[in-house]
Design a protein around this ligand. Structure first.
Ligand code: FAD
Length: 337
């Protein structure tokens, strides 16, 4: 293992994840949070954009707080594949020596972050929910550990860069400011199509829903007792995505990618409807920052009501279809206003 001189590494980097021109919200969340870290360390906040025809993304990164943007723009990066992304990112890290690198804990981020961290002998903390930096510039990466029973702070004093993937939805993004100034630098692309080991022959669509990106969620809990239809019906009427408590996931009623909470995802939609969910602390942790919370539960003493803006005490098998019918008769878009 080589000795690392931390003084040789500087700047806070944030990976801006983009697919077909659409930026994942977590990238803007990280940029906003990383601005605080860069301010503390007195370093530049640098956005890293990899893709094809991504000039608009680079401009938006500056408007949202980046001092500099490094862009690797080439057809080889579209659609996403781990090998060209990982190799390009690794080369940029090696050449420019960032002190901190933050990547969204998405499928893509988790897929290639290790390809950068391992050859760089970097420390990589996965799925963090809090980040900070101490006076020495050491990243304090916090994440639930031991099944969510403790919050561990992980530091990496002797290796650089200090890398972390961050759970989507735990930070708030900052709105773009049109008059912000910054520099955009187009870097050398170090990978060619002939170097890549994989070829995308077909893209099939599975359950692609990302509950962290949805404006409205209707979440099913243990109260549904295996019958998801009333909840699905309400979600359709509200034009919302389906989400779930761990109970509903553990029972196999809803896919694990839709679980909200400490060991699931953190969401902050405009509207969160909790159906047959008791309101356990581990669930609340994942949805407490929702703008408007509606709870439907037949137990008037269920803790979820203490965290709801609106509560309906009743049997979900009657309330959900009834609400859906009324919503169908009105303009669902008005519901969150
Ligand atoms: P239940 O506890 O079974 O509650 C069902 C609710 O439905 C009750 O309030 C009941 O009154 C109501 N109900 C029943 N029938 C009806 C009906 N007909 N109409 C209306 N209401 C009805 N949980 C998560 O959700 N997310 C996590 O990420 C998570 N992480 C965890 C991590 C750890 C380390 C641990 C220990 C636990 C974790 N849990 C998590 C589990 C959590 O503690 C709860 O067990 C879980 O959230 C309970 O789910 P629930 O409220 O949907 O189900």
């Amino acid at each position: 293992m080589t000795d690392i001189d931390p003084e040789a590494y500087s700047d806070v980097w944030v990976f801006i994840e983009e697919h077909d021109g659409e930026v994942m919200t977590v990238s803007w969340e990280l940029l906003a949070e990383a601005a605080t870290l860069a301010e503390k360390t007195g370093e530049d906040l640098v956005a890293l954009v990899i893709g094809e025809d991504v000039d608009d993304v680079a401009e938006e990164a500056i408007a949202r707080g980046a001092d500099r943007v490094l862009v690797a723009d080439d057809a080889v990066f579209e659609p996403y594949r781990a090998d060209p992304y990982g190799e390009q990112f690794r080369a940029m890290v090696e050449a420019r020596k960032p002190s901190i690198v933050l990547i969204g804990g998405t499928h893509t981020g988790r897929d290639f972050a290790g390809r950068v961290a391992v050859p760089a002998h970097a420390g990589l903390t996965a799925d963090c929910t809090e980040i900070d930096v101490d006076d020495e510039g050491v990243l304090q990466a916090r994440r639930p550990a031991f099944g969510g029973n403790v919050l561990a702070t992980i530091i990496c004093e002797e290796h650089r860069p200090q890398m972390a993937t961050i759970r989507p939805g735990v930070f708030e993004s900052a709105p773009p400011e049109g008059d912000r100034e910054g520099t955009v630098e187009y870097v050398d692309v170090v990978v060619e199509e002939s170097d890549t080991l994989t070829e995308v022959l077909e893209r099939s669509v599975g359950d692609t829903a990302d509950i962290t990106e949805a404006d409205r969620l209707v979440a099913a809990g243990g109260g549904i007792d295996g019958d998801i239809e009333p909840v699905r019906r309400l979600a359709d009427a509200l034009d919302a995505e389906l989400a779930a408590s761990r109970k509903a996931v553990d029972e196999g009623w809803v896919e694990g990618s839709r679980q909200v909470g400490q060991t699931g995802k953190t969401v902050r939609p405009e509207l969160y409807v909790a159906v047959g969910i008791s309101g356990a602390v581990q669930h609340l942790e994942g949805m407490n920052d929702s703008d408007v919370v509606v709870a439907i539960n037949n137990d008037p003493n269920a803790p979820i009501f203490d965290h709801a803006d609106y509560g309906i005490v009743g049997d979900l098998f009657e309330v959900c279809p009834d609400l859906a019918e009324r919503l169908d008769a009105t303009d669902a878009a008005e519901v969150t206003r």
